[in-house]
Design a protein around this ligand. Sequence first.
Ligand code: FAD
Ligand code: SIN
Length: 561
Amino acid sequence: MTRHDPRFRTRLIVGVELDYVIAEMNDLPDFDHLVIGSGIAGLFYALKAAASGTVALVTKKGSAESNTNYAQGGIASVMSSEDSFELHVQDTLTAGAGLCREDVVRTVVQEGPARIRELIEYGMRFTERDVPGQPGRREFDLGREGGHSKRRIVHAQDMTGREIERALVEAAEGTPQIQIFQNHIAVDLITTQKLGVAGPNRCLGAYVLDKASGTVRVFSAPTVALASGGCGKVYLYTTNPDIATGDGVAMAYRSGAAVANMEFIQFHPTCLYHPKIKSFLISEAVRGEGAVLRGLDGQEFMARYDPRKELAPRDIVARAIDSEMKRTGADHVYLDITHKPAPFIIRRFPNIYRTCLENGIDITKECIPVVPAAHYQCGGVVTDMNGATELAGLYAIGEVACTGLHGANRLASNSLLEALVGAHRAARHAAESPQPKLPVAIPPWQSGHAQNPDEMVVVSHLWDEIRRLMWDYVAIVRTNKRLQRALNRIDNLQTEIRDFYWDFVVTADLLELRNIATVAELIVRCAMQRPESRGLHYNLDYPKPDPAWAQRDTVLRRSGA
Ligand code: FAD
Ligand code: SIN
């Protein structure tokens, strides 16, 4: 097979300072499991999978860098006798606007408490409080967020994600069967179809760029767990860190797996609006503790939009803010918690308090300027209840997956829960149904002639262009015309990106650009397939839900894959 073989077009690795061909070596043993991503889903899966074999965990930055690391509010689960599975199920179904899979919702909700106890066994420390009237007894300090009828969010102050990553990274580092490869970015999945092997398509591992050496290594494993998180960086304004470029969805789609419901991008209502700080979230838990939204004139406005006011589901609150900003021409609104005692605010939200104070806002005395920003990908790679995708050997867990839990709008703090339950079930399923030995030896990545990629400025320009057009045309409020305009533009950009991809050095930036362009296309194409407004997808040309589309997913598969 040559690199021009149409069945498996290996790309050219062109080093900045190299001008000769390098044939890269397979320098790694085969693993039993390959995990892509070190957020809550990847780490939890790795810890569980280690019981059934060796695990390679690749992650494109440092071990803790992930969306998980920035999670504030906490994990929704029924941990109090005043709550019930049925209430959590109903709240999830209501937020999901008719599109959740009820069997999945029930499973995730019911298995949640056991997974939270396991997380604690791995070292996680949640915030507790004294049990009222029972000296010496402690219980979880349960938070409240929009769409929840009860207090049910376990949290570690307002830094839940940081504590999850601390505990799970430490546990994984202490597990001999797990080898963590930091600064390794997965380029593409390796499948039998791409290698030209007859029979049903199957995943065999991944080509992974070692960012330090610039070489692409072969990671071969009969079981691959895609835990690469979401795609907030497809939008100009997002609460997500830089890792969230939708790599997993793009790789799975290129490999022939089904992707669904990508039109349902959740916009968090309250991202800090500040010239110096990008992507800092003001947790929904702040509204859960009584904060109110105000226009620039100081007036509250949520009652005009929903009787649940600030605690309505997120799609409603984000749209209300968007509508107020458009109505008044303001570039932000305010969140006000100043009526609460300062010691309570500082104790409950130390990170938000400190970060705002460092940037000139004392939240105990002043309103916080906020805007909605892209936050969470409700769709993703289609899986069954065990995280299994359509591609044998490939599991998708956490935010990258579309399990059916979230439907058209995720209930707050259900994603960390979904990641825990999904990772547990996928690791168990992989151990119980091992894939047969690899049918072929995987060829090394083939490198090509070097060229100097002095066009990198173009890569960064294309990045910006995609993110801006997605913000302008495919954000909180959409129209058919805007979607079509976005698709036309993305088609053109993809042609340019393809030229880069085949001609220039592979860098993390270029790989991510290619992936955000693919994901942008998938979001737009899913949005164009849905002729209604439902949950997070709001199209002015079809402003109401259409009962004919209740329970219908928008599914995309790559043609010819
Ligand atoms: P992530 O935690 O995003 O991890 C993905 C991992 O994959 C990262 O390590 C990344 O580097 C790696 N990766 C990606 N692409 C590649 C590649 N090509 N090669 C190698 N590695 C790759 N949800 C809640 O339930 N409760 C909350 O309180 C909450 N708060 C949030 C606050 C913020 C600011 C944000 C951004 C999200 C919040 N969410 C919350 C959502 C939740 O944090 C995420 O959905 C969840 O953490 C996703 O976990 P994950 O393991 O699937 O992905
Ligand atoms: C938050 O703390 O507001 C984020 C919760 C979530 O995204 O689930």
